[in-house]
Write a protein that binds this ligand. Structure first.
Ligand code: NAD
Ligand code: TYD
Length: 345
């Protein structure tokens, strides 16, 4: 993989988010050796404290910009000579999309089109669009999503992601854009914002607070360690075929209740902390991924199993109480002004 990235400048959108921060770190590592421009609007989900270890890397630049504002996107392309794009910036939390959907349309749909427009104008050579298995909708008790499974999104979040997937597809068919789309299952690991299932449950359990399980807890998700995902994204960026879609999965399907009980067991906490709460409206029952295409064509497979992944994730959250506390208190939002203040207008 390494030689593919040499001398490449990669624009990572959403690099201050959970998955983006891992991809930025991987692309900067000696294994890849890319130059990275991290474009992020720093919404509530953007946290530059997750990238403190690489912020002084000579090949790294951070640019605060909003992908839904065409002029801001254009300026980034004008100021930097960008070879490849890895597009991860998005509103990403289903529960928030149920409460208020419009920002999901603005960022995920309009933002993606703004990037596609600039990628075309500035002749970007590769454009990786990071999507989700949620665009396929919900499965019954059998089967798995294939790349050819029809799109049937059920939440405002997944509908906005599916819309962006269709714009990416259209850019390929209309303009011959060098786009590749990935659709992955639920990620977990270090630096995940504690509103998603696994970090929320760890964080609550550590404080002996109730663990809110939606509905009967029997919804099934496939869990993908974020480092496996970052490796898969770099693999697709380096070798994916234009116009194609690649599913990325962790081979770790579990009911939510099973995951929550595994976490409690590993933390030595009582299952009495589990509290069944009102179900999420339109809650998809089951996701499962067939990731045979990326394995057969590009040689990627997940390397983490869930037990090891959860144990190491728990350890990270236990060792990173400061990071968690600064997220919960909102202090992390001041980091940009203190570290990058001299670049503010
Ligand atoms: P995240 O919410 O942790 O991070 C998203 C990042 O995008 C944040 O840094 C935020 O500041 C930035 N952002 C949001 N709107 C923006 C805008 N208008 N302009 C510029 N930046 C903006 O998300 P994540 O979990 O890291 O997910 C990254 C991508 O992967 C998303 O596209 C998401 O749909 C997809 N995905 C995530 C998962 C998962 O389990 N987390 C699963 C499948 C797909
Ligand atoms: P989440 O982490 O929000 O990811 P997604 O909705 O994108 O799959 O939720 C994962 C699963 O956990 C999902 O079935 C909803 C459930 N869940 C709970 O039961 N309780 C919670 O507090 C949260 C946040 C999620």
């Amino acid at each position: 993989m390494s030689s593919n990235f040499t001398d490449k400048t990669v624009l990572v959108t959403g690099g201050a988010g959970f998955i983006g921060s891992h991809l930025v770190r991987l692309l900067l590592s000696p294994a890849c050796g890319a130059k990275v421009i991290n474009l992020d609007a720093l919404t509530y989900a953007g946290n530059l404290e997750s990238l403190q270890d690489v912020e002084k890397h000579p090949n790294y630049r951070f640019v605060k910009a909003d992908i839904s504002v065409a002029d801001e996107v254009r300026k980034v392309f004008e100021d930097h000579s960008i070879d490849w794009v890895a597009h991860l910036a998005a509103e990403s939390h289903v529960d928030r999309s149920i409460l208020s959907a419009s920002v999901f349309v603005t960022s995920n749909v309009l933002g993606t089109q703004n990037l596609l427009d600039c990628a075309r104008e500035f002749e970007v050579q590769r454009f990786l669009h990071v999507s989700t298995d949620e665009v396929y909708g919900s499965l019954g008790s059998e089967g798995a999503f294939h790349e050819t499974t029809p799109l049937a999104p059920n939440s405002p979040y997944s509908a906005s992601k599916a819309s962006s997937d269709l714009l990416v597809r259209a850019a390929f068919h209309t303009h011959g854009a060098p786009v590749v789309t990935t659709r992955c299952s639920n990620n977990y690991g270090p630096y995940q914002f504690p509103e998603k299932l696994i970090p929320l449950m760890i964080s609550n359990a550590l404080q002996d607070k109730a663990l809110p399980v939606y509905g009967d807890g029997k919804n099934v998700r496939d869990w993908l360690h974020v480092e496996d995902h970052a490796q898969a994204l770099a693999t697709v960026l380096a070798g994916g075929k234009a116009g194609e879609v690649y599913n990325i999965g962790g081979n770790c399907e579990r009911e939510n209740l099973t995951v929550v009980k595994l976490l409690l067991q590993a933390l030595g906490k009582s299952e009495d902390l589990i509290q069944f709460v009102k179900d999420r409206p339109g809650h998809d029952r089951r996701y499962a991924i067939d990731a045979g295409k990326i394995r057969d064509e590009l040689g990627w497979e997940p390397s983490w199993n869930l037990e090891r992944g959860l144990a190491e994730t728990i350890r990270w959250y236990q060792d990173s109480q400061d990071w968690v506390e600064r997220v919960k208190s909102g202090a992390y939002r001041e980091y940009y002004a203190t570290q990058y203040g001299d670049r503010l207008a």
